[in-house]
Design a binder for this molecule. Structure first.
Ligand SMILES: Nc1ncnc2c1ncn2[C@@H]1O[C@H](COP(=O)(O)OP(=O)(O)OP(=O)(O)O)[C@@H](O)[C@H]1O
Length: 267
C-alpha cells in the first residue's frame, strides 16, 4: 500500500483533552497542503505521520508500515520531516556534515551519503555553502540546509512544516520549484503552511484542519471555493481568489495569472 493511510485516529497530550479526533484520510500521490489556524493540531498530526507520536486509537500506515509497530529510525527511510525551525534540526559544524548525517544514519555509505548530499545541496541551490558552518548562514539558508538533509535521504514521502517561514520572494519561488520537482519525481509531498498564496500556487490538494478535525479536503481550487467555511475557521482566501470575488466573478481563481488570462479572453 503506497502513501499514507490514516485510519480513524485520535490523540491527546493530556487525558480527556483530545487534540485530534476521528481523523480518517489517505494520501497517495497528490501534493497536499495542510492548513488551519494556530493550535488546530497540524504539527501534532504530522508528528504522528512521522511516527514521533503514536495515536491513542486508530492506525497510521506509512507505505504499508503501521507506525505503532516500527521505530522512528525504521520509518526514516520512508518518511522525512523538515521541521519548522531549522535550529531544532541542525547540530553539525559544516553544512556538508550536517546534510550527510541523516543519510549515514539510515545506512548509506560515507561516499554514497556525500554524493547524495552534494546533489541535494545543488538541487536546493546552496552547494557553494557546503563547507560553511550552518550557523554562519542566514535563517532562510539554514532552512534550506535542513531541507537538503531530508532530500539526501531520498525518502519517498517528505513533509514540510512551515517551509516558507522566513523566506523572501526568491526563497519561496525556489521552494515552490523544489516541491514541484519532487512531485514530478514521484515523491509524496505534504506541507503545513500558513501562506495561502503559496498553497494556491503549489498544491494539488488542500486539507483544512480546525480544532483537531479535518473540516475540508479536496482539490485546492474546490477547497478555496468554500469562502464562508474558510472564513469560519479564521483563514484567509488567496489574494487572487479574493480579487476574483471582489470583481464579481463566479470562478475560483488560484493565481493572478489565471485572473489576467481570463480577463484577456473576455476582451
Ligand atoms: N507537547 C505538547 N504538550 C501538550 N500540549 C501540546 C503539545 N504540543 C501541542 N500541544 C497542544 O495541542 C494543540 C495543537 O497544537 P499543534 O502544535 O499541533 O497545532 P498547530 O495547528 O500545529 O498550531 P501552529 O500553527 O501554531 O503550529 C494546541 O492546543 C497545543 O497547545
Amino acid at each position: 500500500m503506497n502513501g499514507i493511510k490514516v485510519e480513524n485516529i485520535s490523540f491527546s497530550y493530556t487525558e480527556g483533552q483530545p487534540v485530534l479526533s476521528n481523523i480518517d484520510v489517505h494520501f497517495r500521490q497528490e501534493s497536499t497542503a495542510i492548513i488551519g489556524q494556530n493550535g488546530a493540531g497540524k504539527t501534532t498530526f504530522v508528528k504522528l505521520l512521522k511516527g514521533l507520536l503514536k495515536p491513542a486509537t486508530g492506525n497510521i500506515y506509512v507505505n504499508g508500515m503501521n507506525t505503532q509497530e516500527y521505530t522512528v529510525a525504521q520509518l526514516a527511510k520512508q518518511i522525512g520531516l523538515v521541521f519548522q525551525n531549522p535550529n531544532d534540526q541542525i547540530f553539525k559544524h559544516t553544512v556538508i556534515e550536517e546534510v550527510m548525517f541523516g543519510p549515514k544514519n539510515i545506512g548509506q555509505s560515507t561516499e554514497e551519503a556525500r554524493q547524495n548530499s552534494l546533489l541535494a545541496l545543488e538541487k536546493i541551490g546552496i552547494v557553494h555553502e557546503a563547507d560553511k558552518n550552518p550557523y554562519d548562514l542566514s535563517l532562510s539558508d539554514r532552512k534550506l540546509v535542513s531541507i537538503a538533509s531530508i532530500l539526501a535521504m531520498k525518502p519517498p514521502i517528505i513533509i514540510f512544516d512551515e517551509p516558507t517561514m522566513g523566506q523572501d520572494y526568491l526563497g519561496k519561488e525556489r521552494l515552490k520549484k523544489i516541491m514541484k520537482d519532487l512531485r514530478a519525481e514521484g515523491v509524496l509531498v505534504l506541507s503545513i503552511i500558513h501562506d495561502m498564496d503559496f498553497v494556491a500556487e503549489t498544491f494539488e490538494r488542500t486539507i483544512v484542519m480546525n480544532q483537531g478535525k479535518i473540516v475540508l479536503d479536496g482539490p485546492t481550487r474546490e477547497v478555496f471555493s468554500h469562502e464562508q467555511l474558510i472564513r469560519d475557521v479564521y483563514l484567509e482566501l488567496p489574494h487572487a481568489t479574493q480579487l476574483g470575488k471582489q470583481l464579481g466573478l463566479k470562478q475560483t481563481f488560484l493565481t493572478v495569472d489565471e485572473l489576467i488570462n481570463f480577463n484577456r479572453k473576455k476582451q
